[in-house]
Design a protein. Structure first.
Length: 370
């Protein structure tokens, strides 16, 4: 969006005696994507912009078209007209990004490479250092407000304790930014999804673990557990939303074509050391911290398995998958999925909720504090 503003593709335009501020012409933008190597051809450019429409990033200026058309039609970024949906999660993410950019742009930044237990960590800071800096820069009014901000950033996966053992405190505990906001992401990453993905027959792992070494001749992957027992199970892929429509029982659909026999049972034994109840999770002073994870699924899924019920827990996480990158770990309890409270649901219902939702998955999980 910023590059389009700089290139004057986004500007005020007149059409039928009316001026539309901060908009762009679809056909011109498709040309720009190809010219700047953001898309190899017009078809890919159209698919990219349709993804942005699907995620409520851009829209037709009069909302008369739900599809992105490669024509002389006017579209606009929702951030330019104030219609971008600013939920709590988005606001915390944007606040974290703003603080990160401010911290890395100063000469004597509190963000430094530090070592703890013989391990070096990037972009680290002490909790008390961050609080001093927030007050000094006028980001907060007092230390209590700074602690609340730090806790919100930690719960949303933006910062974390370097060994993930503590919540955010006003102390000399070492934290680091978990997200590198300056990593350049290309638009084509949006198109890693395969529209012909098959749906697993098994209710055990519907979303599920990704293959560690994709190979057309071998569809096995490793299921990672907290113990050292490793099992090889059959790889499954997340289905597209379109493949779910028109099927009254889509979750238990016909066996997929990408799964080859024999299919081993996925993680038959729970990774939990003991059963945990909802009352125990939610009781005041319970040793659990709530975190918000934003997981963008890739071509083979999100990379985790959920099991149990009331509450459900994370049974396995692919260490190379999107869920692991977002901070998901085994034994976390699933609190909400895309804003829906799910502690009272079983894993089949939660699985269905995830499968029929958007590719970008927002989950709240409860994690034990060691």
């Amino acid at each position: 969006r910023l590059r389009l503003h700089d290139g004057k593709l986004i500007k005020d335009r007149r059409y039928h005696l009316r001026t539309y501020p901060n908009c762009f012409v679809a056909k011109e933008l498709t040309d720009w994507l190809i010219e700047h190597k953001e898309a190899p051809d017009r078809e890919t450019g159209i698919r990219l912009m349709q993804k942005l429409m699907d995620h409520y990033i851009i829209h037709h200026v009069c909302d008369e078209h739900s599809d992105y058309k490669d024509a002389k039609l006017l579209y606009r970024f929702r951030k330019d007209d104030g219609t971008f949906p600013l939920g709590k999660d988005v606001k915390v993410f944007m606040r974290g990004q703003s603080l990160y950019e401010k911290l890395v742009s100063v000469e004597e930044s509190i963000l430094k490479v530090r070592e703890e237990n013989s391990v070096k960590y990037q972009r680290t800071f002490l909790g008390s250092e961050m609080i001093d800096w927030l007050i000094q820069e006028g980001e907060v009014e007092n230390r209590q407000e700074a602690v609340e901000l730090g806790r919100a950033l930690l719960e949303h996966g933006i910062i974390q304790h370097v060994s993930n053992r503590h919540h955010f405190f006003d102390s000399d505990i070492l934290y680091h930014f978990w997200i590198n906001f300056r990593r350049r992401r290309r638009l084509t990453e949006l198109l890693n999804e395969n529209s012909s993905r098959a749906l697993s027959e098994s209710p055990d792992s519907p979303f599920c673990l990704r293959k560690l070494n994709p190979d057309p001749g071998n569809t096995s992957f490793l299921s990672v557990q907290t113990n050292k027992e490793i099992k090889v199970v059959s790889a499954v892929r997340r289905s597209s939303i379109t493949s779910l429509s028109g099927n009254s029982n889509a979750y238990f659909s016909a066996p997929p074509t990408l799964v080859f026999p024999p299919v081993a049972e996925c993680n038959p034994k729970s990774v939990l050391k003991r059963p945990v109840t909802n009352e125990e999770l939610l009781s005041p002073g319970a040793p659990y911290v709530k975190k918000t994870l934003t997981i963008v699924g890739d071509a083979v899924g999100w990379g985790f398995v959920v099991r149990g019920g009331r509450p459900c827990h994370i049974q396995a996480v692919d260490p190379g998958g999107p869920a692991a990158a977002a901070g998901m770990k085994v034994c976390q309890f699933v609190f909400s999925v895309n804003g829906v409270y799910v502690l009272h649901l079983d894993y089949q219902t939660i699985s269905s909720l995830i499968m029929t939702g958007p590719r970008t998955l927002v989950m709240e999980v409860m994690e034990a504090i060691e």
